[in-house]
Design a protein around this ligand. Structure first.
Ligand code: SF4
Length: 204
């Protein structure tokens, strides 16, 4: 299953919570975590998402109905790598129901769907396709070691001038890397710090 127009999608989990990362940090948002990822980050904290066949297929109608039962205004589609699937029908249905559509993607698969906010989080393990880069509203680099600052600058030079720039410590390296990130941002103030707030406040 990949990149076929479809009205069913493999959903690993879906829940209403607060966005913990990046520009929309702290806002209420309904998360839809799709199954399937072939990027292979060694530090991935959702490895259970990788095998698409492990996740139940849900109708888009039912997915949107679940969101509608909450007070959510923003829907965040994440993964896994959500762009392994054609998301145009999902975003059409979400827009028709009045929701804002946000996506979190590595950009490693072709962009589909209609998005109010694109968070591009490129990964060294499978680089993003060039086509998505100009459309990123937010560039979020997960910092695992100091070489990731060069990786971050490489993509900062490619995104649009209005794209927000975030450095976020990889969770298990946060104690070690956060001081370096703080120093880096002080020297390069176009960047901002993103923390995984949801992990600190213990929500999904
Ligand atoms: S892109 Fe995301 S889901 Fe896929 S391996 Fe990397 S961190 Fe995990």
């Amino acid at each position: 299953m990949s990149n076929e127009k479809n009205n069913i999608l493999p959903v690993m989990e879906h829940f209403y919570t607060l966005q913990g990362e990046g520009y929309h940090q702290g806002k209420a948002a309904y998360f839809i975590r799709l199954g399937g990822c072939d990027v292979g980050c060694v530090w991935c904290d959702v490895k259970d998402s990788w095998d698409v066949s492990k996740h139940p297929l849900l109708n888009i109608e039912d997915i949107v109905l679940n969101v509608s039962k909450t007070a959510a205004k923003i829907v965040v589609v994440t993964g896994g790598e959500p762009l392994m699937h054609d998301l145009s029908e999902l975003t059409d249905a979400l827009h028709n129901a009045g929701f804002k559509t946000n996506i979190e993607t590595s950009g490693a698969h072709p962009l589909s769907g209609s998005w109010d906010w694109i968070c591009l989080s490129p990964k060294k393990f499978k680089a993003p396709l060039p086509g998505i880069i100009p459309f990123a509203n937010e560039l979020k680099i997960v910092v695992f070691n100091r070489s990731d600052f060069d990786w971050a600058e490489k993509y900062a030079a490619l995104v649009s001038p209005s794209c927000k720039l975030y450095l976020q410590p990889e969770w298990d390296k946060a104690a070690e890397m956060t001081p370096s990130i703080i120093d880096y941002i002080k020297g390069n103030p176009k960047w901002e710090l993103s923390l995984q707030l949801h992990k600190y406040i213990n929500v999904p």
